[in-house]
Design a protein around this ligand. Structure first.
Ligand code: SDX
Length: 432
């Protein structure tokens, strides 16, 4: 970051001396006011509980232009990464190492990840401690945290080699763990990874193969799965990434920090929105589908109802989320490959979107479909159960979390995160 020639001064009417605020500029996007010395100089904090106007770090990984609806991974537009050539592992390489891989680097990286897809056999006994109906995100929160009990040679976050192998292990093993959670929930045997399959193909194989017959990966589903992974890989300082950074800032091991990210992503306002969105669509469908839409939308616009149009709205995007457009295109490809025309849930989603985009309640608040609006419909078409949608989001986001965590640890300015507060409780008082 570089000092901007723009100057800022905070002045106070109570005689507190003016505070000259350094202004820094990044390569693109808003400048920042450096308030690190504000408290020392004025005895005052800034106040921004939802971090609406706060940059918690500097980062070179992902950039979002919310007004344009633009998403860049290391400068490359998501539309190009999701549709041109490469696969999710190329995006992983890019996020972790800043550049797209050469052919040799690509081959080596794919092989490195492939050689780490199995998990320690003991992990299945940990998994078997859960009830069969445990939510996959409860299982994943446990399994990812438990990785720190199995992989002691990659737990020192201050050791660059440990960070590198932890990144490879997380990318490689998340599909295996997510598939194991699924198989466990349906009472089927776990399926081991196959080294001759692609990353996405291997995941589909571990999810849907059984020992009873040969499972053939459908190339359209494989491509759709790979695109879903790429679209979810990273997204600036969202709630779960900020959780990973704050957790990792204490020096804890990478697996514990990523487990904290999994737990945060689970929430319906964040990664859990894809599950909540599909449940919302199925609920509307059950109540009459298009004939119920008008009544449903009135509820959404009624503040007291607590009903939201799940999959709509975003803290940063005030235009279309580019991932939502790509996800809708993937919907069409998957349904065409399945020979499904006029899927009622997709039709309902498109009708709701059309109504919302013409309704002042949504237009005035700049509420557009986000990544979660169509991702559930695609996953449902592939045969993935609703409860596993957020687990797949976590699988894909693991590379973003670990890239952001490693960037923080490598930042000479980083220190343990410790926000302050505006105290509104009791003055000092004595126990009677
Ligand atoms: C993800 O941060 C990221 O990058 C996240 C993510 C990623 O890749 O990591 O992109 C993934 O989490 C996407 C978001 C998934 N969540 C949902 O789809 C849940 C539904 N959306 C909302 O809960 C909401 O839009 C948020 C949480 C996504 C954003 O909330 P903000 O930025 O805090 O905005 P807000 O709640 O203050 O909303 C502003 C107004 C409010 O109305 P007013 O008080 O101004 O009258 O818009 C309304 C809100 O009530 N509003 C909605 C709405 N979203 C916002 N009203 C109805 N339905 C919605 N979905």
């Amino acid at each position: 970051m570089k000092l901007s020639d723009n100057k800022a001064t905070i002045s106070f009417s109570n005689g507190t001396p003016n505070f000259e605020v350094p202004v820094y500029a990044g390569t693109i996007g808003p400048d920042v006011l450096d308030i690190r010395k504000l408290y020392g100089a004025t005895g005052m904090f800034t106040y921004d509980p939802g971090f609406l106007s706060t940059a918690a770090c500097q980062s070179a990984i992902t950039y979002i232009d919310g007004d344009k609806g633009e998403l860049l991974y290391r400068g490359y537009p998501i539309e190009q990464l999701a549709t041109r050539g490469g696969d999710f592992l190329d995006t992983c390489y890019l996020l972790l190492r800043s550049e797209l891989p050469t052919d040799t680097q690509r081959k080596d990286f794919h092989k490195l990840v492939t050689m780490h897809t199995m998990v320690n056999e003991q992990m299945q006994f940990f998994l078997r401690g859960f009830r069969r109906d445990a939510h996959p995100m409860a299982i994943l929160t446990g399994l990812v945290g438990a990785m720190s009990a199995f992989y002691h040679d990659s737990t020192d976050i201050n050791n660059a080699e440990h960070r590198e192998i932890a990144a490879i292990r997380l990318i490689a093993k998340m599909p295996t763990l997510v598939a194991m959670a699924y198989k466990y929930s349906i009472g089927q045997p776990f399926v081991y990874p196959k080294n001759n399959l692609s990353y996405a193909g291997n995941f589909l194989h571990m999810m849907f193969a059984t020992p009873c017959e040969e499972y053939k990966v459908n190339p359209v589903m494989e491509r759709a799965m790979d695109r879903i992974f790429t679209l979810h890989a990273d997204h600036e300082q969202n709630a779960s990434t900020s959780t990973v950074r704050l957790c990792g800032s204490s020096g804890t091991n990478p697996f514990a920090a990523i487990a904290a990210g999994v737990a945060c992503l689970w929430g319906p306002a964040h990664g859990g929105a894809n599950e909540a969105c599909l449940q919302m669509l199925e609920d509307i469908h059950a109540k009459g589908g298009l004939s119920y839409v008008k009544e449903f939308m009135e509820k959404v616009k009624d503040k007291n109802s607590g009903v939201k149009l799940m999959g709509f709205g975003h803290r940063v995007y005030k235009n279309f989320d580019p991932r939502a457009k790509l996800m809708q295109e993937t919907c069409r490809e998957v349904f065409a490959a399945l020979g499904v025309e006029n899927d009622p849930i997709l039709q309902l989603a498109q009708a709701l979107e059309k109504i919302a985009l013409e309704d002042d309640y949504f237009v005035s608040r700049k509420l557009y479909p986000n990544v979660d609006y169509y991702s559930g419909i695609v996953q449902r078409a592939i045969g993935i159960p609703v409860s596993l949608f957020t687990g797949i989001f976590a699988l894909a986001r693991s590379v973003g979390w670990i890239a952001q965590l490693n960037e923080m640890i490598g930042d000479p300015e980083y220190k343990i995160g410790r926000p302050r507060q505006l105290f509104t409780g009791s003055q000092r008082r004595d126990v009677p």
